[in-house]
Design a binder for this molecule. Structure first.
Ligand SMILES: *Cc1c(COP(=O)(O)O)cnc(C)c1O
Length: 359
């Protein structure tokens, strides 16, 4: 893929030094450049370029706006302690993007082309990468269906673009545990549906449950399986894990669950840190009993945005269950420190996860 770099108009340029001094939050500020490429059946992917971050013009009948033919990814670039820049396992995101593309009947973007786009864009945006502990540049690749037609069908034309946002660590104020609740009424995804694809539709399905949970004072929703409303699947947009001493348990990838790259990394790191890890069906009633008996010593969720989030309180069927003393446990902290240490280049990268970018 040939990627052109276009000059951007002075009025669209922003001053990253000034922006990085302010409060960043998560996904609220966008870099002044973006990557774009267009797909047509005749020309395949073409016109790849990095230009100004600016609004996209779409026909009001574009398929994405009506039938949600859309996929996305989320990964991060980190300033390393030695001043270089690296992305964490970007080829995994690129592969998962193509798996999502297949499920949504969209064209794939070759992994090496995606990596080239990320690398060139991050290189252009090097001054936008925050250096503070826990901070990073969040990269959001997105593909949308652009053909204007109201008959339900896969689009003929697509736009693939990548935007970036400098983000704060989730735990600027320390490693704060969250309070979560199962949803008895709403489900996120069913086996056979699109739960294993990273696509906006799953998030649209999640909004109502999240709203109800917030109103009840919870931070996040725990999704139960769509068949029985009984087995624990995910927490919000993260995978969830349960700890009993030195054993970690999580649900298997049944087809309705997003296969997280952080989840995958925890599977590799856990045994190296002296923990076993096992995939098993997690009955919510049983989990509650095991929290109350103290058998479950920790619960944590994992995903790119927050890396590891400790769960202090688990609510199910209207009853709150405090997890141990409600504070982050050693396994969560250990995994968090190890993962972020590798990402920042402080801990040896034994598995080739750190993808350095020549600046
Ligand atoms: C992205 C995502 C995750 C976490 O995946 P990572 O690759 O670890 O960031 C988990 N669940 C859902 C629903 C997601 O969209």
């Amino acid at each position: 893929m040939e990627i052109k770099i276009n000059e951007i108009p002075a009025e669209l340029k922003k001053d990253p030094a000034k922006i990085l001094e302010g409060t960043l939050g998560f996904g609220q500020i966008f870099c002044d450049r973006m990557f774009k490429t267009t797909y047509t059946p005749e020309k395949s992917w073409h016109d790849a370029h990095i230009g100004a971050y600016e609004p996209i013009v779409l026909d009001p009948a574009a398929l994405v706006l009506h039938y949600a033919q859309e996929i996305f990814e989320g990964l991060k670039a980190y300033k390393q302690n030695d001043g270089t820049v690296a992305m964490f396992r970007p080829e995994m995101n690129a592969q998962r993007f193509n798996n999502s593309a297949k499920r949504l009947v969209m064209p794939e973007v070759p992994v090496e082309d995606q990596l080239k786009a990320f690398e060139m864009l991050v290189k252009e945006l090097v001054d936008w990468i925050p250096t503070k502990e826990g901070y990073s540049l969040y990269i959001r690749p997105t593909m949308i269906a652009t053909t204007p037609i109201l008959g339900v069908q896969p689009s003929k034309e697509y736009l693939f673009y990548v935007i970036c946002s400098p983000v704060a660590g989730y735990f600027a104020g320390g490693f704060k545990p969250v309070s979560i609740t199962t949803s008895e009424e709403f489900v996120r995804a069913a086996v056979g549906g699109i739960g294993a694809a990273k696509t906006g539709g799953n998030y649209a399905a999640s909004l109502m449950a999240a709203k109800v949970a917030k109103e009840q004072g919870f931070d996040q929703v725990v999704w139960l399986d769509a068949n029985h409303h009984r087995y624990i699947e995910e927490m919000g947009g993260m995978n969830i894990m349960f700890v009993k001493g030195k054993k970690i348990f999580t649900c298997p990838l049944t087809g309705s669950i997003l296969p997280g790259i952080t989840r995958n990394s925890v599977f590799t790191l856990a045994p190296e840190l002296g923990y076993s890890i096992e995939e098993t069906m997690l009955d919510a009633d049983q989990i509650c009993k095991e929290i109350d008996s103290g058998e479950i010593s920790e619960i944590f969720a994992c995903g790119t945005a927050a890396v590891i989030t400790a769960v202090g309180n688990f609510s199910h069927k209207g009853v709150n269950h405090q997890v141990a003393d409600g504070q982050p446990g050693d396994v969560s902290k250990n995994l968090y420190n190890t993962l972020t240490g590798i990402q920042r280049g402080e801990i040896a990268d034994k598995h080739g996860w750190v993808h350095r970018i020549e600046i």
